[in-house]
Design a protein around this ligand. Sequence first.
Ligand SMILES: *Cc1c(COP(=O)(O)O)cnc(C)c1O
Length: 224
Amino acid sequence: MNVAQNLVTIQQQISDSCKISGRNPQDVKIIAVTKYVSIETAEQALNAGVIHIGENRDEGLAEKWSYFSDKPVWHFIGSLQTRKVKNIIDKVDYIHSIDRLSLAEEIQKRATRKIKCFIQVNVSEEESKHGISPNELHSFISKMELFPLIEIVGLMTMAPFTDNRELIRDCFKRLKIMQGEVQALNLPFAPCHELSMGMSNDYDIAVEEGATFIRIGTSLVGNK
Ligand SMILES: *Cc1c(COP(=O)(O)O)cnc(C)c1O
C-alpha cells in the first residue's frame, strides 16, 4: 500500500471530475478514513499531505488522537451513540452524523466550543440506513437553532449500496438540491456550504455532483 501514490491517483481523479463539471479542485477536500488502519499508515497519509482524518468509533479516534493530537483536522464520520459523545467531543472538529434531536442535545450539553456538524440525510430512504428522511429535513434543521454550539456546515449522505452508478448519482444530485433549499432559508446557524458525500467506490461521481468533502478509506490507506 503506497499511500502517497494513492493520494496522487485520487487527486488526479478529483481534477478530472472537476473538469467534467466545471468545478475548482481546491473546493474538494479529502478526508482520509483511517478506521481500518494502524497509526503508522495514518501517519503516511499525513506525511503525504493529507490534512483531514476521519474515524467512526470513539476508541479508534482516541487511539489516533493520543498520537497525532491536534495536528490533523478531525472528523467523526459514523453513526454516533449519544453516550459516546463525551468521549469524542473535545477531540473533533467536525461531526458528520447528526441524525436525531437527542444527539444534538448531547453535543450541545458536552461541547466547550462550537462544533461544525453535518446533518446526515437518508436520501435513498433505505430502512437500514441512519439519517433524517428528506421530507423531515427542514423541520429538523430549524430545531438546530436551539443549540448554539452546533453549526450546521452541511449535509452528509451515504450512497445506496449498489453497482448502479446512475442510482448513486441520483442520490448525490438530490442531496445537492436539498443543500440549495437549506441555503435559501438563510439560517445563521446553518450556512450549509459543505456537502460530505463520496467514498472509495463513488467519489468521482460525488465530485461531479458537488461534494466538498469526500471520505476515502480503502483506496487511500487500505482496509487492513
Ligand atoms: C468507512 C467509511 C467511509 C470510507 O469507506 P471506503 O469505502 O473504505 O472509502 C466513508 N464514510 C463512512 C461514513 C464510513 O463509515
